[in-house]
Design a protein around this ligand. Structure first.
Ligand code: ADP
Ligand code: MG
Ligand code: ZN
Length: 566
């Protein structure tokens, strides 16, 4: 760092080299940014000010910002509160559903509860008990084996709870499962993507539509009609086209509720983009005007704005441009790398096929996180159950056992699927997909790996492998290809994507943020004798077939947790 040295000597200051100053400068910029955000929040929702002192910003995503605040209690004590400010463009029903998950299922069994909710105009703030928590990456390689057992056990307690209510979380990952190591406290948070099972107890989740269902419809549209808007409600598979109309009004069987959804009339490209955008974001920031006829819980919680948000419309259009661009380059790559049979049929035309569509996560990862998504989600199986959360729990467990995080580092669904194949086997994945009605084509076979051997190798525990030689299990330079037989449109994993040697499968040193394998001889902490039960449970969580995948309730009874009590 020549420049740095020159700079610091120029200044003649030994104790504050430029690096430090730069850091300080960055910090102060960040601080002023946070201050500004806090100020803006207080202006947007002024009633917060009379209740809380907002201290800091602790989380920021595409769809919310989370703040640490304190509330003055009567006895003079201060209570820490987390304030989640949802982006104003979130769909009112989506917000209400998130809130209902917290109020109905939360507050016990390691599921975050809610204290208050504030709203002014389209700003909604959810106030929750604050749980101080660790960064998963920071602690991953210092956890003892016993702590890993406790972590997983407590995760299953939370999942059992929400699954009992018919909630599918759909975004189970470490940042949504808060862990306070010292206090041994855990909390599942973030129901921003949750969906209901068919018989869910969470009334509002009945109005939240699954992405796969949206896509069934949009895909249909892309290859058939042009110039109209996306699907708006759960389409019955056979009546898909009918439901893909500009304005839809659907009577729900469950309640006396009607949702009218109306979308803008953008140009031709907009029509593709709008729907791409829609499936990317779920319903969260979509401009939908919904009216609920009888006073429903949704209405009680949130009064809905009847105006279409111009700003978010603009945002949507912008995103469209990006995704279209991404799609184009993918089409080109795809066309180059796929065999004739599988070449996508939209290349060079103005249509968009499922291959291209599947790239949308690159643009916005909000619709779950590809690396945690179950195979049935990745292949867009419309019937998704609570089993998808169990898969995600399995991926967390895989990280805990291997010391690698994130384990699957995929920016899109097909890459994620290819990565799963390299661990669970291509034949096995194909077979399982058949069971849930999807057919996957894979041009080369990759064997399933032994989970213990894999984890131990990655952790650096395998005594037969020198640490420097922690190398990819299996060469994955084949091109797996996926196609969905349900609509006879090929979707494919392109060669470039599939070339994920394990370098891209899970983070390596070069990423700068990979956890380093512990020196296990110096600090075994139970890692030298991981019982077979651990890998048996892992195997049952990473069951490719959702129908036979272990449930949270059964997982709690697994021998891996013997002598633990809930
Ligand atoms: P998003 O939908 O933006 O992901 P989350 O609900 O997951 O929002 O919250 C984002 C982050 O904020 C979490 O990963 C966590 O670090 C922090 N957070 C959320 N809720 C709480 C809470 N109750 N206590 C402490 N931190 C929280
Ligand atoms: Mg989150
Ligand atoms: Zn295509």
């Amino acid at each position: 760092m020549e420049e740095t040295m020159a700079f610091s000597s120029l200044r003649g200051c030994d104790r504050c080299p430029a690096d430090d100053m730069l850091k300080k400068h960055e910090q102060s910029v960040k601080l002023s940014g946070i201050k500004r955000d806090i100020k803006e929040l207080c202006e947007a929702v002024p009633q917060l000010v009379s209740v809380f002192k907002i201290k800091d910003k602790i989380g920021e995503g595409t769809f919310s910002s989370v703040y640490l605040a304190t509330a003055q209690l009567q006895e003079g004590r201060e209570e820490k509160i987390a304030l989640k400010h949802l982006i104003p463009t979130s769909h009112p029903v989506r917000i209400a559903a998130e809130l209902q998950c917290l109020t109905v299922a939360g507050g016990q069994d390691n599921v975050m509860g809610v204290k208050y909710c504030f709203r002014k105009n389209d700003h909604v703030v959810i106030a929750m008990p604050y749980l101080e928590h660790e960064s998963f990456l920071d602690i991953l390689n210092s956890l003892s084996f016993q702590e890993v057992r406790e972590y997983m056990f407590n995760l299953f307690i939370a999942l059992k709870r929400i699954h009992q209510f018919g909630i599918v979380h759909r975004d189970v990952k470490p940042s949504n499962f808060l862990y306070n190591r010292r206090l041994k406290k855990y909390a599942l948070v973030d129901f921003g993507l949750a969906q209901g099972t068919r018989d869910t107890n969470i009334e509002l989740l009945k109005f939240v539509q699954s992405e796969a269902q949206q896509e069934d419809c949009s895909r249909n549209k892309y290859h058939g009609v042009t110039g109209h808007k996306g699907p708006l409600s759960r389409p019955a598979p056979k009546t898909v086209d009918q439901q893909c109309t500009t304005k839809t009004s659907v009577k729900r069987p469950y309640a006396n509720t009607q949702i009218h959804i109306k979308q803008g009339k953008d140009g031709k490209e907009g029509s593709v983009g709008l729907s791409v955008q829609r499936s990317v974001f779920g319903e969260r920031n979509f401009n939908i005007h919904s009216s609920i006829s009888h006073e429903s819980p949704a209405e009680k919680i949130i009064k809905q704005s009847k105006t279409v948000d111009v700003i978010s419309r603009k945002l949507a259009t912008k995103k469209t441009a990006i995704s279209t661009k991404a799609v184009n380059s993918v089409m080109r790559e795809t066309a180059r790398s796929c065999s004739a049979v599988l070449t996508c049929d939209c290349y060079g035309t103005d249509r968009v096929c499922s291959v291209c569509l599947s790239r949308r996560q690159q643009v916005a990862p909000r619709a779950g996180t590809p690396g945690f998504r179950a195979p049935e989600v990745l292949t867009k199986c419309p019937d998704q159950t609570t089993a998808i959360d169990m898969w995600s729990a399995g991926v967390i467990f895989l990280s805990l056992l291997s010391g690698r995080y994130p384990f699957y580092k995929a920016s899109d669904d097909l890459t994620a699927l290819a990565q799963i194949m390299t661990i669970r086997g291509s034949r096995e994945t194909i077979q399982a997909a058949e069971a849930f009605g999807k057919s996957i084509l894979c041009s080369k076979e990759v064997p399933a790996q032994d989970l213990r051997a894999l984890c131990e190798r990655l952790r650096g525990l395998d005594s037969t492998t020198p640490k420097s030689a922690i190398d990819p299990p299996g060469d994955i330079s084949h091109d797996p290809a996926a196609s969905e037989n349900t609509d006879h449109k090929a979707s494919h994993v392109q060669a470039a994507q599939a070339q994920h040697s394990e370098d891209t499968l899970y983070r390596r040193d070069s990423d700068g943020c990979q956890s380093h394998p512990r020196d296990c001889t110096a600090n075994p902490e139970g890692w030298d004798s991981v019982p077979d039960e651990a890998y048996d449970l892992l195997d049952k969580l990473l069951d490719l077939n959702p129908a036979s995948r272990i449930t949270a309730e059964t997982a709690l009874l697994h021998p891996f947790f013997k002598d633990m009590c809930s």
